[in-house]
Design a protein around this ligand. Sequence first.
Ligand SMILES: NC(=O)c1ccc[n+]([C@@H]2O[C@H](COP(=O)([O-])OP(=O)(O)OC[C@H]3O[C@@H](n4cnc5c(N)ncnc54)[C@H](OP(=O)(O)O)[C@@H]3O)[C@@H](O)[C@H]2O)c1
Length: 358
Amino acid sequence: MVNLCSLHLNPVNSQLDPIWLSILSPDLSQRVHTRPFHNSLESAQPSHASRLSRYHATTIDMPTNTAAWITGPQASPLVVKDTPYPSPGPKELAIRTKAVAINPLDFKIQDHNPPIAGKAIQYPTILGADLAGIIVSVGQDVTTRKAGERIIANAPGVSTGNSSMSAFQHFVVVEDSNAILIPDPLSFESAVVLPLACYTAMAGLFMPNQLGLSTAGLGDSDATPHPSGSVLLVWGGSSSVGCCAIQMAHAAGYEVYTVASERNRALCLSIGASKVFDRASNNLEKFIVEWLEGKITVGALDCIVDGESTVNACARILAQANGTQKVMTVLTPPQTKPVDGVEAQRGKSLLLSQILIY
Ligand SMILES: NC(=O)c1ccc[n+]([C@@H]2O[C@H](COP(=O)([O-])OP(=O)(O)OC[C@H]3O[C@@H](n4cnc5c(N)ncnc54)[C@H](OP(=O)(O)O)[C@@H]3O)[C@@H](O)[C@H]2O)c1
């Protein structure tokens, strides 16, 4: 279901599975044009549904498409209007979108118009980085996916400048390598929050030029196992990226210490953290350093990036511990070096398809 407002007001996934709850924009309802962005092709657009079934049957009659456009820099609200139906290229899939996630990236673009991947955004364009949906057609060279499959994908429309690859529309094209099957029990609404958060965490933890953690514990027979007692520090364990990072590092066999608020202690423990430090604590850094005594740190992943209070705190902690002196950050770290000898580096994402989710 593509219904941005109801996703905001009634995040079904947050009630079923609190791990993935916090990806939605706080004031989304004010950002989206009030004209209905039809939430179901069958119920809201019967003519679309019949056209779609004809398309399945004959591939003659193209369905139409509708998108939420951002018309210019910092334009608000988004404007819903007709958009060309995107035909998949040879290695691409056309997806009928069933759910989208709202990432901080989406509202940061709307608020600040930052350059993306080093380039100015060309307007009008379509936002949306995460989608879940059903494959409606595949390009001629696609062999691994087929029509009818339920998938999640990262939608790189803004970073590639190709708005047919953005999520906030009924039909989207993505590369076949950027689509992962959704396991049967998982709803579109629950699965859709995974792509960007997941691969941000995965890249920061496992890419060789980032923290480069070992994948031996994940069954990679070519990887060198990490020493026992290796601890990863995740700052912001209850955030979207933090929840993914805790689970991935834990699955890979690392001990995970995390910083979160007291209200999310149980959540972080339940997904694999072995220690949760209250971010409101006065002696936070001292406590963490004490608990790291005798351990080998494998670096820190700062999932929040609030200069002095997170990046620099991670750096100060690592500087007093034994092990990797590197903080990976989900946003650009402060320009000034936090502590001599400790590196702070912004993570670079990789494609979802390079990640083994299940
Ligand atoms: N989501 C993504 O895919 C993604 C990808 C790349 C970059 N980012 C960036 O990462 C940042 C967070 O995004 P998100 O989507 O992960 O946010 P989110 O899911 O909304 O998480 C926010 C949570 O982080 C915790 N938090 C806030 N300040 C903290 C601090 N100083 N120390 C520890 N925890 C803190 C709070 O939980 P508690 O109440 O438990 O403290 C808050 O609820 C944003 O700047 C975003 O642009 C996000």
